[in-house]
Design a protein around this ligand. Structure first.
Ligand code: SAM
Length: 163
């Protein structure tokens, strides 16, 4: 059930320690059709609506070569989430689960990830499908989908370690 920052039966909130700055920089903004969590999908779909990932200068220069990848991993900051729950009740039925056993947006560091399909690049804007975040969600990072990416530098010993 969609959460709007309430605490539910049997959920556990903690007093988070003082934040230490991880040095995150919002590198852009994500424009989607969803302005409320009540209508936002819980996970993106490959056949979802086209959304816009708008890079801020100077980070747009970092898009060079991205057109080669059909799918991208997109990381974003779920900025409207509370961050203090360690046990949560997604169904709001009194049954609780540990935060790290869930893909809930409510986490100590509310980072969301999606695999998005790249439809088109228009300068500093990427048109993609497959997102599940609110309009104007801050963008943290973009990477090629790992299954499509081959390291450019030559192999190194650690690449072949097993176990
Ligand atoms: N796909 C990502 C993941 O697995 O890491 C996010 C999944 S999370 C379940 C998606 C939900 O987070 C949406 O349905 C919406 O309720 C909520 N959400 C989306 N954007 C948000 C934002 N900017 N701040 C807080 N909550 C957001």
């Amino acid at each position: 059930m969609v959460r709007e920052n309430e605490i539910r039966e049997k959920e556990v909130a903690v007093a988070p320690p003082q934040a230490t700055d991880a040095g995150l920089v919002f590198i852009g903004t994500i424009r989607t059709p969803w302005t409320s969590r009540l209508v936002c999908p819980r996970q993106g779909r490959a056949d979802g609506p086209i959304c816009r990932i708008e890079l801020f200068p100077p980070w747009d220069e970092a898009l060079e070569g991205i057109d080669r990848f059909e799918r991208l991993e997109v990381l974003y900051w779920l900025h409207q989430s509370r961050r203090d729950l360690v046990r949560q009740s997604p169904a709001n039925n009194g049954e609780v689960h540990g935060t790290f056993a869930l893909r809930t947006p409510v986490r100590p560091n509310p980072i969301g990830t999606s695999i998005a399909t790249l439809v088109e690049r228009k300068g500093r804007v990427l048109l993609v499908r497959g997102l599940d975040c609110l309009d104007e969600t801050p963008l943290l990072d973009i990477k090629p989908d790992r299954t499509l990416f081959t390291p450019i530098a030559p192999p190194q010993p650690g690449d072949f370690e097993t176990g």
